[in-house]
Design a protein around this ligand. Structure first.
Ligand code: C2E
Ligand code: CA
Length: 280
């Protein structure tokens, strides 16, 4: 059988070998390129507004990393962050992003954009432990209040040492930033642990918000969360809002704020300014 036919045979060892080699080549090349991404100024920050549900006013913005690869073009985080997290490159990239966001926050003070900006913190950055000191130095140097930065932290998706996780969150709090518990799925286990975590806000995962206008059981879990958050003085944020029917449901449930394509997609800083001025 000719070689090209062998390659077309699904599941053939030759095809699997070729695919593996291609995957490995792309992965190692990407990892190598990533080492120079900060130095070569290839990283960018996109911002997505977070909106106060009742007033419709901007309540903040989330900073989301993008990598403008010289050959592959603009890459979404799912294509490079897992690799960055594994290789440790995330530490340098995360520092770059935080510095860039603080600089942007200081530049937005003058035109009156005093909205807090959220930055995602990965497990590795959290474990490394120098984030609180780095953030405190940055905000002091740029003369912006620590509260202008919010840190979004997700509970790792596997069993973790809860005492350690709480200590890590407490250290971040000590730097003065607000802490948002990211990707909360509202499971009974998560709801029972919520009281342990020193956080200021809870952000509900897109997978849950997707069903808020279609599934009464989701609404019941969210109503429990809103009650619990009310008792503890936590802000409730809905992520991934795409439809008006979701907005109605979330308002009725008493959610504080929302973020999603319904309001705006993430974009460069100037697009956030346009959006605020009502130009888009
Ligand atoms: P995340 O923290 O859950 O961020 C929200 C993601 O949902 C973003 O994807 C955003 O573009 C997307 N999104 C927002 N609204 C909607 C919507 O209405 N519909 C849909 N379908 N999607 C929506 P993005 O930018 O691709 O980021 C993916 C993840 O990468 C983030 O998830 C976050 O975990 C991570 N990430 C992004 N930037 C950074 C960073 O600077 N540092 C770290 N450590 N992680 C980051
Ligand atoms: Ca987030």
């Amino acid at each position: 059988m000719p070689a090209d036919q062998v390659l077309q045979q699904e599941g053939s060892p030759v095809l699997l070998g070729a695919l593996w080699a291609k995957w490995w080549y792309q992965r190692s090349t990407l990892e190598e390129d990533m080492q120079g991404a900060v130095r070569h100024r290839e990283l960018e920050v996109y911002y997505q507004p977070k909106v106060h549900l009742v007033s419709g006013m901007m309540r903040g913005a989330e900073a989301l990393m993008r990598w403008r690869h010289p050959v592959l073009g603009l890459l979404a985080p799912s294509l490079f962050l897992p690799l960055a997290e594994q290789s440790g490159a995330i530490l340098e990239m995360g520092h770059w992003l935080l510095e860039e966001v603080c600089r942007q926050a200081s530049e937005w003070v003058e035109p009156g954009i005093n909205t807090p900006i959220s930055v995602n913190v990965s497990e590795r950055e959290l474990a490394q432990g120098n984030l609180p000191a780095f953030l405190a130095t940055l905000t002091a140097r740029l003369g912006i209040p620590a509260k202008s930065i919010e840190l979004e932290v997700a509970e790792p998706g596997r069993p973790v040492d809860q005492d350690r996780f709480v200590q890590q969150l407490e250290r971040l709090h000590a730097a003065g930033a607000r802490i948002v518990l990211d990707r909360f799925r509202c499971s009974p286990e998560e709801l029972s642990r919520l009281a342990l975590w020193p956080v200021d806000a809870v952000k509900i995962d897109r997978s849950v918000i997707r069903r808020v206008d279609r599934d009464d059981r989701v609404c019941e879990a969210l109503a429990r969360l809103v009650a619990l958050a009310g008792e503890r003085g936590l802000e409730t944020v809905a992520e991934g809002v795409e439809r008006e029917s979701q907005v109605h449901r979330l308002k009725r449930l008493g959610f504080a704020s929302a973020q999603g394509y319904y309001y705006a997609k993430p974009g460069p800083g100037y697009r956030l300014e346009y959006w605020m001025e009502g130009k888009i």
